[in-house]
Design a protein around this ligand. Sequence first.
Ligand SMILES: [Zn+2]
Ligand SMILES: [Zn+2]
Length: 457
Amino acid sequence: MPHATETDLSATFDDFVRDTIAQLDVELRQLSLAIHADPELAWVEHHAHDLLTSYMEGQPGFVVERQAYGLATAWSASFTSSASAKSDKVPVVGFNSEMDALKGLGHACGHNLIAIAGCASAIATARALEHFELPGRVVLLGTPAEEAGGGKVVMLERGAYAGFDACLMVHPGMGSAGQHGAGVMTSLTRVNCVATFTGAPAHAGAAPEKGINALDAAVSAYSAINSLRQQLPSDVRVHGIITGGEDMSVNVIPARAVLRYGMRAPSAKALAAVIPRVLNCFAAGALSAGCTHTVDGQYAYLDLRPSSSLSRLFKSAASRCLDRPDVDGGESYQITDDFALGGSTDFGNVTYACPALHPMFLLPGVPADEHPHSNTYADAAALPSSHDAALRVSTAIALTALEVLRSSDVREEMRREWLKDMAAIGAEDAMRVIDEVLPRSGDESAGGDCGCSHDGK
Ligand SMILES: [Zn+2]
Ligand SMILES: [Zn+2]
């Protein structure tokens, strides 16, 4: 019997994964709509946690951990194939299911679609490993608090991503007015901070000279940052607000004022250079008014650095397996050029921890100018065509994962490229500098200690 060629093998895997995901279609649609109908904010995704863990517990061979890593709404579902018993070192691929929604907008970022795409790709990869008797481990992580709170950052620190050869997830993107497709994306590094100015109250009419005006400090700092922005690189963003005004009285010199700022740059290294300049503006404001001030940092969301190996594998799988207008009723699948997103995601931190990929898929049932975080995007996330798009792209990331699991050559080259990229961008130094110049207050690491009345069931 002649040996199967690599092309024959790919076609066999393609068919298997496509068929497996097609079999999951109806149940995943129900799951997606149930999550969509009950949008939950960061750290309190209890309903989504319960639905997804129950679903994964029903998948043969998966071991599910609820409330994983000490977090009320994080979870994991792990599968190790039978053939792994014969292997010394079992390759591991991770997937991610995000769950949280946006305040006032519901699932306007389509995380219900990400949740089911994680399930689809993990289950299809696991079943393929078993069917083709391949060694390998698949870990699906339920990741809370992407929109705020840095759920993946906390999970990274608690070891959730340890030992992954590669990690994958997908995200819905813009509308595309009928066109199916996906592309590899990058995003910005972002860190938020809170500057608190403290002065002294005094009667604004009778004894203003006895006061120390914290609001003046905040306004001076705000103005100083506005001036600084003119001298920053054009791809850097510094944006902020003054809060706490509702606690002030016209006839009292304000003794406390708070600035909340976000800083963004294309890389951790670029951001590390900007942060001290913004901190100087806070200090200048405090000095000018004679106030004291403190600055609390929050989790940095690092830029997405797509693994070039995974990117190649993903594009090849998508064009081979999804772009078949002759059999898919004339529908083609567009592999878009790589694009940069003006936003930020905590999956960026995962790309600094192991080779990883975060493709964005188009929503064909939605006009081309529709973007996430809009009023109407929440409706788009429940459309049958968006569900179909999520399952299609899941096929491509499952096939990408299988190529990683099947070939030690692929894993070695991927790791080599990733190490080279991390060295070239000075990743370790940049992260250390950010931690040093803007230490985190730790507020958000309380994630999981949510104040809601959920009973944990
Ligand atoms: Zn979002
Ligand atoms: Zn999102």
